[in-house]
Design a protein around this ligand. Structure first.
Ligand SMILES: C[S@@+](CC[C@H](N)C(=O)[O-])C[C@H]1O[C@@H](n2cnc3c(N)ncnc32)[C@H](O)[C@@H]1O
Length: 195
């Protein structure tokens, strides 16, 4: 990974953290993934040579930049979903600024609608949106990871917001068709794959 790019991302993260610290309402914050978790995502995309990657929850595009850099290395493509159009536009500008436009599709859509309609074979899916909706996404997510053996689902904040994802985790843990583990990195990353 290019050190200059890593330094730029470090600088952006500090800027975004500073912005978040000034927002009283959590929904106004960017709520970006911790850099150490983003680095793990990037390692996983590369090590698995993932070519089709889906991100659910773009925000301003911080995690998207990490994933875009990783799919550039694998010759792959990233689709990222965000419900707020102004956030998609900001992320899109970062993709252009960093030269990733041809590798990334930034879509403004409700993730629930997208998941119901899609039948793509994603190699890796990163879920980082509104936690209260996750259980409702499970049928579609499970379908996507099970139809493409080796496919990996990663979910952020499962340690930092344990209570909010409790039901989602118990649905996954009691499902014999998948296996899951929590990596204690950043806010806690859940990894799920077909059994
Ligand atoms: C935690 S932030 C994502 C942070 C981003 N992954 C990063 O690390 O840079 C969650 C984002 O999901 C978006 N979101 C919430 N509900 C959504 C939905 N139903 N469909 C798509 N995006 C949604 C929010 O607007 C917010 O920007």
């Amino acid at each position: 990974m290019d050190q200059k790019f890593k330094d730029q991302l470090g600088e952006l993260y500090r800027e975004f953290q500073e912005y978040d610290s000034r927002q009283a309402d959590r929904l106004d914050r960017w709520r970006n993934v911790e850099p150490e978790s983003a680095l793990l995502l990037s390692v996983l995309v590369r090590s698995r040579q993932a070519r089709k990657v889906l991100e659910i929850g773009t925000s301003n595009g911080f995690s998207t930049l990490w994933l875009a850099d990783a799919v550039k290395a694998t010759g792959g493509f990233l689709t990222t979903l965000e419900i707020e159009a102004d956030r998609t536009a900001i992320a899109q500008r970062y993709m252009e600024q960093f030269g990733f436009s041809d590798r990334v599709s930034c879509i403004t859509i409700d993730a629930g609608r997208f998941l119901t309609d899609t039948n793509e074979n994603y190699d890796l899916i990163f879920l980082d949106a509104e936690r209260s909706a996750y259980t409702g996404y499970w049928v579609s997510l499970k379908h996507l990871i099970c139809q493409n053996p080796g496919s990996l689902l990663l979910v952020d904040n499962v340690i930092s917001h344990q209570e909010e994802v409790k039901d989602f985790l118990s649905v996954i843990e009691s499902d014999p068709d998948v296996m899951a583990t929590v990596i204690p990195v950043g806010a806690g990353l859940l990894m799920v794959t077909k059994s």
